[in-house]
Write a protein that binds this ligand. Structure first.
Ligand code: TRP
Length: 459
């Protein structure tokens, strides 16, 4: 969204919900949620996730949107506008997308590759055992040109979209393609239910095993909520600044939260049981989405057509998110340094190239043993852990303290009520922002530090 023009606003009620959902629904739901669920023990993670989403996710979504609408500013200026001493919270939030965009493009590149390969009749290649691992690691020869090329292709697509300014176009397109993706996810899941051996996975996914519950489950779930709902990185503040005063923040937040959580839940239901049915040893790894599904498509009647269509739709979901992430990064530099948009795009490209290449090569020549949480994923895992387990909880914690104790909660609750509607969850919101969120997030940070540095191991 162009900053320099007069501040545009979303068209009415659905405008905000659609735009915010298009940003929220992406690889977080389709790629990250399923493998984390697998990693953290199945059903118990799903339950913890849903409980935290309707309490924490919902409250923070309201808080950020209201902060944006109240100030009419994007993240960096929003904090400064309300209290100039705290502008740095906005700066910290804005750093998060800068670290996410590059590795997001790497995963987006994998999706592009899976689309291209399946479209060219290579479904059986994708379904062959160990294919994903050999693709990301460069196989026996260690030749990294393939993963590098697909990362560059996806990144280029995104950069071109932002440079040409066709965000509005893809957003409009995504209004048709997103429901289609949802429809396909449901269809594929129904097909899977006819497969033998599928039910073990369904039970794993839906039946919580309390013995798997530990502090790590909560940490994994809360950081996934931030990632998936695009929270604690300033993005919803910016979106809120484009929201009309007449639209209900509370209802919109509820809709966005339900859509995002619903898509994640369905994606998990589609992917995890498939991994069980086809006995995937790498079910807990970041490759889950890329290994489990090709097997399903390979056995499905008409799978040669379903697979490329599906990956194309995933590609679109990834692109809408990546483009809005990149747009955020570009406007951060414009806001922060008062530089021109063109120069800002160039800086963003340089960052994507450097950090993205580190992520790609982290599976090969740049492999590192730094013991971070999603260990084994090299630099990609490191960027993912730093942002999700450390930076986002810190930004969310600071946002809660800022709202609860610096500007006071009433500033936000008044904004939520400014549209003339009652704020139904006002009490819950207040208690969450002032007490529960700060305490919980501080605990989560302690958990993240202890797990990361091997002081505490829940596994
Ligand atoms: N929420 C997006 C997803 O689920 C990813 C994302 C994280 C994002 N931060 C963002 C998208 C900021 C847009 C803007 O894939």
């Amino acid at each position: 969204m162009p900053e320099n023009e007069e501040r545009a606003s979303f068209s009415g009620k659905v405008g905000f919900v659609l735009a915010a959902s298009a940003s929220a629904v992406g690889l977080g739901n389709l790629w990250r949620f399923p493998y984390l669920t697998s990693h953290y023990g199945g059903g118990i993670f799903v339950i913890v996730y849903i409980i935290l989403a309707v309490t924490f996710g919902f409250s923070l979504l309201i808080a950020e949107t209201a902060l944006g609408r109240k100030t009419g500013k994007s993240c960096i200026s929003a904090f400064g506008e309300l209290c100039s001493k705290y502008k740095w919270i906005g700066v910290l939030a804005a750093l998060v997308p800068i670290l996410i965009v590059p590795y997001y493009c790497v995963i987006g590149g994998w999706v592009t590759k899976w689309f291209a390969e399946s479209a060219m009749g290579g479904l059986s290649t994708l379904a062959s055992s160990g294919y994903w691992v050999s693709f990301v690691t460069g196989g026996e020869t260690g030749d990294m040109s393939d993963p590098t090329a697909w990362f560059l292709i996806f990144a280029l697509l995104c950069v071109v979209c932002v440079a040409v300014g066709v965000e509005r176009g893809i957003e409009r397109l995504s209004k048709i393609l997103m429901p289609l993706l949802l429809f396909m996810i449901i269809g594929i899941t129904i097909y899977e239910f006819t497969l033998p051996n599928i039910w073990d996975g369904v039970v794993f996914y839906l039946n919580p095993d309390i013995s798997k519950l530990n502090a790590g489950t909560f940490m994994g779930a809360i950081s996934q909520i931030f990632y998936s709902m695009s929270l604690a990185m300033g993005i919803m503040i910016t979106y809120g600044s484009y929201m009309k005063k007449s639209v209900s923040i509370e209802k919109s937040a509820r809709n966005v939260g339900v859509i995002d959580t619903g898509v994640a839940f369905l994606a998990g239901l589609m992917i995890i049981p498939a991994a069980f049915a086809y006995d995937h040893p790498d079910a807990q790894s970041i490759g889950l989405m890329f290994t489990a599904l090709p097997d399903v498509f390979a056995t499905m009647p008409g799978g040669e057509i379903v697979a490329p269509v599906f990956y194309l739709l995933v590609l679109f979901a990834a692109m809408t998110s990546a483009v809005s992430l990149l747009e955020t990064v570009v406007s951060v530099f414009v806001d922060l340094k008062a530089i021109k948009r063109k120069k800002s795009i160039l800086i963003s490209i340089a960052l994507i190239l450097v950090l993205g290449m580190m992520s790609v090569l982290g599976f090969g020549p740049l492999a590192t043993d730094i013991p971070l949480l999603d260990g084994g994923a090299g630099w990609l895992g490191i960027f993912d852990t730093i942002t999700n387990n450390f930076m986002m909880p810190i930004v969310a914690l600071l946002t809660c303290i800022f709202i609860g104790y610096v500007i006071k909660v009433t500033v936000i609750t008044d904004e939520v009520k400014a549209d003339g509607n009652a704020f139904v969850s006002e009490r819950l919101f207040e208690v969450m922002i002032k007490y529960i969120c700060p305490v919980f997030l501080a605990l989560m940070l302690i958990v993240a530090v202890t797990i990361t540095f091997g002081i505490y191991s829940p596994y």
